[in-house]
Design a binder for this molecule. Structure first.
Ligand code: ADP
Length: 597
């Protein structure tokens, strides 16, 4: 990877804002310094064709697509694959490949510039029976990135030419965006217009506001549940027709958009927005969002000395969250993260294989500002000075019930401590700091295992123990981040692996497979997963003889009889694919994919 300047938001929709240019350059240099893989290598195979498509019929179909979108609107994926890095990510494949890099690839890319071009692409796909896979930004790293589930699909990269903020309204604190609007872009526009509004950003700011919300991602302000804070959608259906949801279905006066489209979610009749999230029922071309009026805020951290404090921490958090004293989505992290977020590699502290032993963790943490702790809680309180002070009194007094816990404000920690990035993220400022823990291993990639865990000590312990035990079995470090919503926590296990190490990739797959099965046995399911595990996770939602799967398949078959839109996304397969060897369910199924190339 050459270390030229990182593309700027002034020149590309996926670029970095000026205020982060130096930081982005430094992050890239750090990542490059731990890279041993070449930037790219010659392809083993030429174009990966769509299923049941000969090279001749593919060429005919591509010519037809060019006649719709022009030469610039279509690109055949026949060049060397480049994983790049977060800010220069590929739209051709999964940059964080867990099977062969060439397995999860598209055959070509389409770049629509308007809703009518998206509709035309969908009609084209139906005519040629070629699967398409829409992406907004393609930075869904850890969950499959830009890769299609069916190799050889045509990726529809919506973001490149459809990246406008269509509406930004100060009075109603709402916006309407196209797929290619990143958190960076929305934030910078609000700053430029000096509006007293906050966005809600995930840990990294380069994703699509729309794409993240339809994959039901989270951020950390009180507006952290992104799908819950969306309002109104425009969707191209798999037959090419166009639909507006919510109040958007009521035509505004004289052909205008409905003035309450971004203000009231449910409108009239069935609330259907949900079926376009984590699904393959439509291509979302516009989406409205609620923005938070700017607020006073105070971030802090609380550390806890013992692994066994976990139960008490969780039971203290629950009532605080239910009463909304914890007003946002705070994080509880394992202390290994304190090491990883320094950006230094694991080898700084331990060069052995297997999971980091506790003695090594203890030794390493003694050199950190937080000292030898086991859990770290990152919280933020919102409101005016007096209300923050009274909230903090309660928070401090509750956590102080745990012997040895320590409450710290950002001002008490060094300028380079991770807490300062939490201050920004938790007040809606999109940044890049979270990239640092990717330096943990050379050529690092990550996979997320994300079970929904009740916020109660008994169940949280069951989930944590089974994850920890299996991490040890497969030789990975247990590095969870728990994103707390109140009644449940998104337990996010971060599996960091070396893309150059085939055995590590195999073990990461094995670990994922076994954790999904073990969690399901205890009654826990994941909220989101990498696309290669989608079938297995979907299968765990099996109540009532697989009633949910059957319902999804009924909708899929009704809306998409040719099965052209994102086949296999979230384990939903069209009729023609079902039972034909596409589903990856058993422990060995993925290994046969991995062995294919
Ligand atoms: P981000 O870069 O914000 O993380 P992506 O653009 O990678 O998000 O989107 C995540 C996933 O959501 C994609 O792989 C795709 O399956 C789906 N997706 C993204 N955008 C759309 C869209 N506009 N319509 C339908 N599905 C989409």
């Amino acid at each position: 990877m050459s270390h030229a300047q990182v593309p700027s938001l002034n020149t590309t929709h996926s670029g970095v804002p000026e205020r982060l240019a130096i930081e982005a350059d430094a992050a890239k240099a750090r990542l490059c310094s731990f890279r041993t893989l070449p930037e790219s290598k010659p392809r083993k195979k030429a174009v990966r064709l769509p299923p049941n498509t000969s090279r001749d019929s593919f060429d005919i179909a591509i010519n037809a697509l060019v006649s719709i979108l022009g030469e610039k609107g279509v690109e055949v994926n026949d060049k060397e694959l480049r994983d790049g890095w977060y800010m220069e990510h590929p739209n051709t494949h999964d940059a964080f490949h867990i099977v062969d890099q060439e397995e999860m690839v598209c055959s070509a890319l389409a770049y629509p510039a308007s809703v009518s071009e998206v509709q035309a692409i969908v009609r084209w796909a139906n005519e040629f029976k070629i699967p398409i896979w829409p992406i907004s930004m393609g930075r869904n790293l850890g969950y499959g990135g830009a890769a299609p589930r069916v190799p050889g699909s045509v990726v529809v990269d919506l973001g490149r030419n459809m990246n406008k903020i269509l509406k930004l309204d100060e009075n109603s604190a709402t916006c309407m965006v196209e797929p290619g609007v990143s958190y960076f872009k929305l934030y910078e526009e609000i700053q430029k217009r000096k509006l007293p509004l906050w966005i809600d950003t995930p840990d990294l700011g380069g994703g699509s506001v729309l794409g993240n919300a339809i994959d039901r991602g989270v951020g950390y302000t009180p507006y952290g549940d992104h799908f819950a804070n969306h309002c109104g959608m425009e969707v191209v259906l798999p037959d090419g027709s166009l639909l507006r949801t919510g109040m958007g279905a009521v035509p505004g006066k004289d052909g205008a958009d409905n003035p309450t489209w971004e203000s009231f979610q449910h409108a009239y009749g069935p609330a259907i927005d949900g079926i376009f999230s984590q699904s393959n029922f439509g291509i979302v071309t516009k989406m409205g969002f609620w923005l938070m009026p700017e607020s006073g805020h105070q971030s802090y951290m609380v550390t806890f000395p013992r692994e066994e404090d976990f139960e008490q921490i969780v039971d203290i958090i629950r009532p605080l969250a239910l009463k909304r004293i914890l007003g946002n989505i705070p994080q509880l992290r394992h202390a290994v993260h304190e090491l990883a977020v320094t950006g230094r590699p694991r080898a700084t502290w331990y060069t052995g294989s297997g999971s980091l032993p506790r003695a090594a963790i203890t030794q390493a943490l003694k050199t950190m500002p937080v000292g030898d702790v086991s859990w770290v809680f990152y919280g933020t309180q919102y409101g005016d000075v007096a209300s923050i002070a009274s909230q903090l009194d309660i928070v401090k007094s509750e956590f102080s019930k745990i012997p040895g816990s320590r409450f710290m404000l950002p001002s008490e920690l060094p300028a380079d401590h991770y807490i300062h990035s939490r201050v920004q993220v938790c007040s809606g400022v999109p940044i890049l700091k979270e990239l640092d823990w990717l330096n943990w291993k050379p050529n690092a990639a990550h996979l997320f295992f994300s079970p929904i865990t009740p916020t109660d000590s008994k169940n949280a312990r069951i989930v944590h123990n089974l994850i920890d035990k299996l991490h040890q079995k497969w030789g990975f470090d247990t590095m969870p981040t728990l994103c707390i919503a109140g009644r449940e926590m998104h337990y996010i296990a971060n599996i960091v692996y070396d893309r150059a190490d085939e055995d590590e990739k195999r073990r990461a797959r094995g670990l994922m497979r076994e954790m999904i099965t073990a969690a399901a046995k205890e009654g826990f399911g994941e909220y989101r997963t990498h696309l290669l595990f989608a079938d297995q996770v979907a299968e765990t939602y099996s109540w009532g003889g697989g009633a949910l799967r059957k319902f999804n398949e009924t909708i899929k078959d009704a809306l998409d009889p040719n099965g052209i839109l994102s086949p296999g996304r979230n384990g939903i397969w069209p009729k023609s694919y079902r039972g034909n060897g596409w589903e990856l369910i058993g422990q060995d199924s993925l290994e046969s994919v991995a062995a294919k190339l």
